[in-house]
Design a protein around this ligand. Structure first.
Ligand code: NAG
Length: 347
């Protein structure tokens, strides 16, 4: 009895899923399209349906986040986490003295970038079907936000997580300066790739622009995981720092492999394609990273603040982030104008 009831329920759920993924393609924002109905540069590998109109209005774009399109969950899987991180910051605000205690400022900068990067990505996923130009600009925004994120991570790592062996080395003294340079160069490089024809070089450059800052930021953490001194090996954060890498590798694997939709094109158009799973993994990784930073921050307070605290001005934390944000905005504006001129020439 119980078994057959369970089977019945499973069958109903599967049928529901079947219907949901093959639902009538007209939603709040208008019809959705099959891959061959939209221009080629909008095509996504192994995604057959659920495409929005390539010249949607802003209002249609907003409505579409409540529809079943190929981007709906790309939006929610970053929009909700952004609010979640804001909620965490609110919580921390009650227990930490962000206003007066300079020990908390690098954390504040980090929390800020954690809120900004998923929000920028969610916005980009919403409005990228307004036009060709909008699509490029949305990608620029996404790249800019990721570059800011890598800088925020570097500031927090340098402040709370740095292995004591490396703190007074050349690398230790210039770690954040180089992260800043990475951040700006990577915004420029990844934007530039949108002007290149599809090629291996383009792929390598685009991937490198994301992977390099991440790898660079991770050097002190890898050092701590593999070469920690006896005292630092015992820090509570070690395991969470390590687990964060698992999520990052998984995210990279999903991004590059286009799994699972590669195995069954069309089946995962709306729910479960690799880009959504990639979002989820990157957020889980960020949650681990945040937890590990919080652990380190708490556990190492005495040790860090007694040997002259380096972040006693707002400028060195939030100020740096805001300045690079301004620089990135200028870079994006420059590339957008350049694109617009190119588009004009071809009309
Ligand atoms: C979804 O469809 C849009 C066009 O409406 C396309 O630009 C985008 O690449 C697709 N994304 C995914 C993840 O399938």
């Amino acid at each position: 009895m119980c078994v057959s009831l369970t089977f019945l329920i499973i069958q109903l759920l599967l049928e529901g899923w079947e219907k949901l993924t093959r639902m009538a393609p007209v939603g709040l924002s208008g019809p959705t399209y099959k891959v061959h109905q939209v221009p080629e540069h909008f095509h996504e590998h192994f995604i057959i349906s659920g495409y929005r109109h390539p010249k949607s209005t802003p209002f249609q774009c907003i409505l579409s986040v409540f529809d079943a399109t190929n981007e709906t969950l790309n939006f929610w899987t970053h929009f909700l986490p952004s609010w979640y991180f804001l909620w965490i910051l609110r919580d921390l605000w009650d227990t930490l003295d962000f206003k007066h205690d300079s020990y908390t400022w690098p954390l504040l900068a980090y929390m800020f970038v954690c809120i900004i990067f998923p929000l920028a990505s969610a916005t980009a996923h919403t409005f990228n079907t307004m036009s060709d130009l909008a699509r490029h600009i949305c990608f620029f925004m996404d790249y800019g936000a990721l570059s800011i994120f890598s800088l925020g991570v570097a500031i927090a790592y340098r402040a709370y997580c740095f292995p004591s062996d490396l703190r007074n080395t050349w690398f230790g003294h210039h770690y954040t300066d180089m992260a800043l340079i990475n951040s700006v160069i990577c915004t420029i490089a990844s934007c530039q790739t949108r002007f290149m024809p599809p090629s291996t070089l383009r792929k390598v450059m685009r991937l490198g622009a994301f992977a390099w800052p991440y790898c660079y930021d991770s050097i002190p953490i890898l050092y701590r995981l593999f070469l920690c001194n006896p005292h630092e090996c015992l820090l509570q954060s070690q395991f969470i720092h390590a687990r964060q890498f698992v999520f990052a590798l998984l995210a990279a694997f999903l991004y590059a492999s286009h799994l699972p939709e590669r195995l069954n094109p069309g089946r995962f158009d709306i729910i479960g394609h690799s880009h959504q799973l990639f979002h989820v993994c990157s957020i889980l990784g960020t949650m681990d990273q945040m937890q590990a930073i919080l652990y380190d921050m708490k556990a190492r307070r005495a040790e860090l603040s007694e040997s002259s605290w380096e972040y006693s001005s707002v400028w060195s934390t939030i100020g740096v982030i805001l300045s690079v944000m301004a620089v990135n905005s200028l870079i994006i504006a420059f590339f957008s104008v350049k694109l617009k001129l190119i588009f004009k020439k071809f009309k």
